[in-house]
Design a protein around this ligand. Structure first.
Ligand code: ACM
Length: 556
């Protein structure tokens, strides 16, 4: 990793990383989130004006598309018509924003970029288009927050401070999850969520598509999954712990057609985000079993769940059920080209397996010790199928119980212990511990905050999380691919509420997964957040406007 270099250029000049107040008017404030690896600020600035153009060296189709995205964004807020063209020479002349691969540093990797801003031009260098895309994101953050406006802002000086940036991510998996099963979220909001992820240089969208309370993806071979499984007759009002339970009496549901899901995959891909679909098994299967009771252990008809919790209904282990799951995953893999397919695996209560003579007989026939080994057998069968299609299986950390499937990646949610065990056993790991990265928790005083699942995870607590546990040596640490924030939506029934719970915590997460550990600094981050809040305002985000210094202790 590059050592951070923050240069002080003579006595007159200050290098400002993140400070919101500039004592020296020669320097514009710089508030980039996530904090780049290296920034050297110099004097002056580049000003975007009606004559500015964007130039892409060579016939780089992807980068031309990125350049057009930048032009569109600039045009919307500035009102200027920004021309995009390609050039055969490695020089674009004055008043240009120039994208090139020439002379890009060989250490930039897949996603890194270099940005050079002088009075005359802006140059974005990268080895790959993803780097150009992240360069674009940084340019937007160097401009006034008004650049995020969805209408023309008059009388602005659209200045980009002169500087040199070298930047690349710390982790390859920079994820956000969204549960659309507890509450269906409209397609436009999924796109907004993806845009916000892109702004934060996150690259993996974990789409939690099936649950006890709803099945949200069209499967052509099994239409009842969405005819029946996508709808529940009402929803719980208040907390799952409340007694007696109160319901709203209103049907809730919805699902994404395969065409819509493909639209999301394509939209995300244009923003260098991979969509990882999750299909839950063997537990969290109430909606699927409500649609097809023969998939369950009892065979009895059940309803899609209407309240929150962990439910007893679990898939059986009949050949017909494996065939069903393989058919479902086949259609899923046709929609989602991701390397990883998430099969859930969490919170599968084994009571029905324990009570069933048929299942107990199958455990004996298979030579297994208990229900945990049966779950492991289940997951290993799915892994063989997924691997045979050239994909990789990922599951929540319960897939460690009863023996991990040979090639599985573990998402460590109950804490970091599952991740430590998996990494020590040579398996890839994504850290998403409930204690630090679950955004369904309170982020401020529960007395005054909207109803949440519980817990207390402040912005600072998210910020201070480090995905690499001390228990791992350097070799083992290589198995930690990155980290992810989770947005479970039991207590978020509409997009505005998701926004409130996820923001500003997504901004802290961005720095957890992108910024070199030695550069992370909470006070500095707080300084940079004031401009981030302005950006949120122009984007029209319903974020939690909590004070940033509320600390990590629960308020009394
Ligand atoms: C989980 O929160 N049940 C993965």
């Amino acid at each position: 990793m590059e050592k951070p270099i923050i240069q002080l250029l003579g006595l007159l000049f200050f290098v400002l990383i993140g400070s919101s107040c500039s004592k020296n008017k020669e320097f514009q404030e710089i508030s980039i989130i996530p904090q780049p690896v290296k920034i050297e600020q110099t004097m002056g600035s580049f000003e975007v004006n009606p004559k500015t153009s964007i130039v892409v060296q060579g016939e780089q189709e992807e980068t031309l598309r990125i350049a057009s995205m930048l032009a569109e964004k600039l045009q919307t807020a500035t009102g200027f018509t920004i021309e995009v063209k390609s050039s055969t020479i490695n020089d674009a002349g004055k008043n240009t924003i120039f994208f090139t691969t020439d002379d890009a540093d060989s250490n930039l990797g897949q996603e890194g970029y270099q940005l050079s801003v002088t009075k005359n031009k802006v140059i974005v260098k990268a080895l790959h288009p993803a780097g150009h895309f992240y360069g674009l994101q940084t340019i937007l953050q160097l401009l006034p927050a008004e650049i995020n406006s969805t209408s023309t802002v008059e009388n602005m000086a659209w200045k980009i401070p002169a500087l040199e940036i070298f930047d690349k991510p710390r982790f390859q998996w920079r994820g956000m999850h969204l549960d659309v099963a507890r509450h269906y979220m409209p397609l436009d909001f999924i796109k907004k969520y993806i845009d916000l992820m892109a702004m934060h240089k996150l690259n993996t969208f974990h789409w939690h598509l099936t649950e006890d309370q709803g099945w949200r993806i069209e499967i052509k071979k099994y239409p009842k999954l969405t005819e029946i499984g996508a709808w529940r007759k009402e929803s719980l009002v208040g907390h799952a712990r409340d007694s007696p339970r109160i319901f709203d009496g209103k049907p809730h549901g919805g699902f994404y057609t395969q065409e819509e899901a493909k639209e999301i995959v394509a939209y995300a891909k244009e923003r260098f985000i991979t969509v990882i679909p999750e299909i839950e098994m063997p537990g969290h299967a109430t909606a699927a079993i409500a649609a097809y009771p023969e998939l369950g252990v009892t065979g009895k008809p059940i309803d899609v769940a209407t309240y929150w919790g962990v439910f007893p209904d679990i898939f059986n282990v009949e050949e017909g059920t494996f065939a069903f799951l393989e058919d479902v995953l086949t259609e899923i893999m046709d929609i989602f080209p991701s390397e990883y397919i998430h099969i859930g695996g969490d919170e599968a209560i084994k009571d029905q397996w324990i009570a069933s003579e048929r299942i107990q007989g199958q455990i004996k026939e298979l030579g297994l010790k208990d229900e945990h080994e049966l779950q492991s057998y289940f997951v290993q069968r799915m892994e063989k199928f997924i691997n045979a299609k050239g994909r990789k299986l990922i599951g929540w950390d319960e897939i460690l119980e009863g023996g991990l499937a040979p090639n599985a990646t573990v998402m460590s949610w109950q804490g970091i212990e599952g991740g430590i065990a998996a990494a020590k056993a040579g398996h890839d790991v994504i850290m998403t511990p409930i204690q630090s990265l679950y955004f369904w928790t309170y982020q401020g005083n529960p007395e005054t905050e909207p109803l949440a699942a519980g817990g207390y995870i402040t912005l600072e607590k998210v910020y201070q999380f480090d995905p690499i546990p001390d228990e791992l040596n350097a070799e083992e640490a290589k198995f930690i691919l990155g980290a992810q924030g989770c947005a479970w939506t039991e207590y978020m029934d509409r997009p505005e509420n998701v926004e409130y719970m996820v923001f500003p915590r997504m901004s802290a997460l961005a720095e957890v997964v992108w910024t070199p550990k030695e550069l992370k600094n909470w006070d500095n981050f707080v300084g940079r957040m004031s401009k981030q809040f302005k950006r949120y305002d122009f984007i029209g985000l319903n974020y939690a406007r909590l004070p940033l210094d509320i600390g990590t202790e629960k308020p009394q």
